[in-house]
Design a protein around this ligand. Structure first.
Ligand SMILES: [Fe+2]
Length: 302
């Protein structure tokens, strides 16, 4: 046999099907990231990094996504550049603007915006500011590829647009006991999948005071930003539900304003607000990709 054949054969390994069909990968952990990470110190990007848990050689919060806090002190700026197809921003605090090749977008607390693949942008803060920044760079790093072109036009979702839209849903959603009271944020360029970008997805969801939103589950991961929360507001997360639709042995992830927690893919989760203040959550998911692949498999307890 010639040398090349011998060399390539050294690369071969195989496994017995029944014992190897579900390889033992580390679970995505249920991980909180407190607001203290972005409330102090110098202007910088703070990666919400779980690469050690996920055993990836690159920063990642979940297999396909990396979330970060960007802290920008008053009257300072910071440049960001990432090889991603989609970037999702939510303004946690402050006001400022982001200079992009497509123009300069002004933002303030509660606004959100998306960027397609770009050569880099610069964020300027007029006052002490923080951004929640998520993108799909880990997916591209896993595949060993770099983006070649923008796949959608950037979009800006003002706080007023999102709050007004959700407020209109409050009464009918409560009356009909819907699973969530929210709007899925979209872009005309990803209207087919009804997602924020072709790979990423987000919901602006109201959890009214005293309300429970029953469990659901999906194959996408959720990097959940608690936009606003009073006390005693939380998500229960678990792998199974009982015959009454209650989550068995749940983990309790507390909500706190401007904090993030991870809901692993495939796990059931219900939202609970035992306080006297309305709460809002902004989950960021790889659900654009899952919807396209027909693998989202969202299921509800009604
Ligand atoms: Fe969910």
């Amino acid at each position: 046999m010639d040398t090349v054949n011998k060399q390539w054969q050294q690369q071969v390994v195989s496994w017995e099907y029944s014992s190897a069909a579900t390889p033992d990968l580390n679970d995505v952990p249920i991980q909180p990231f407190p607001a203290s990470l972005h409330e102090q110190g110098e202007t910088r990007v703070i990666a919400l990094d779980l690469s050690r848990e996920l055993e990836t050689p690159y920063l990642a919060t979940a297999p396909n996504l990396l979330a970060s806090y960007i802290r920008i002190c008053a009257n300072e700026k910071i440049a960001t550049s990432i090889a991603a197809t989609s970037e999702v921003y939510f303004v946690l605090r402050g006001a400022g603007r982001t200079k992009t090749a497509e123009g300069t977008i002004n933002w303030k607390q509660g606004d959100a915006f998306t960027l397609p693949y770009n050569e880099g942008v610069t964020h300027y803060a007029d006052e002490d500011s923080a951004l929640y920044w998520s993108h799909d760079a880990p997916l591209l790093q896993y595949m060993g590829v770099t983006p070649s072109k923008p796949m959608f036009k950037p979009a800006f979702y003002s706080k007023e647009y999102m709050c007004d839209a959700v407020e209109k849903l409050r009464e009918p959603a409560l009356r009909e006991k819907r699973n969530r009271i929210g709007i899925i944020l979209g872009n005309h360029d990803s209207a087919k999948t009804k997602t924020m970008t072709h790979t990423m997805w987000s919901l602006f969801n109201l959890l009214p005071k005293g309300e429970v939103q029953k469990p659901h589950r999906h194959q996408s991961v959720a990097l959940d930003l608690a936009v606003f929360s009073g006390p005693d507001t939380y998500t229960l997360i678990g792998q199974k539900v009982d015959e009454n639709g209650d989550i068995i042995d749940p983990v309790k992830a507390m909500w706190a304003t401007n904090t993030v927690f991870v809901t692993p893919p495939g796990w059931w989760h219900s939202h609970h607000n035992e306080s006297d203040q309305d709460a809002f959550v902004f989950p960021v998911q790889d659900a654009g990709l899952h919807t396209y692949m027909r693998t989202l498999d969202i299921q509800f307890i009604r």
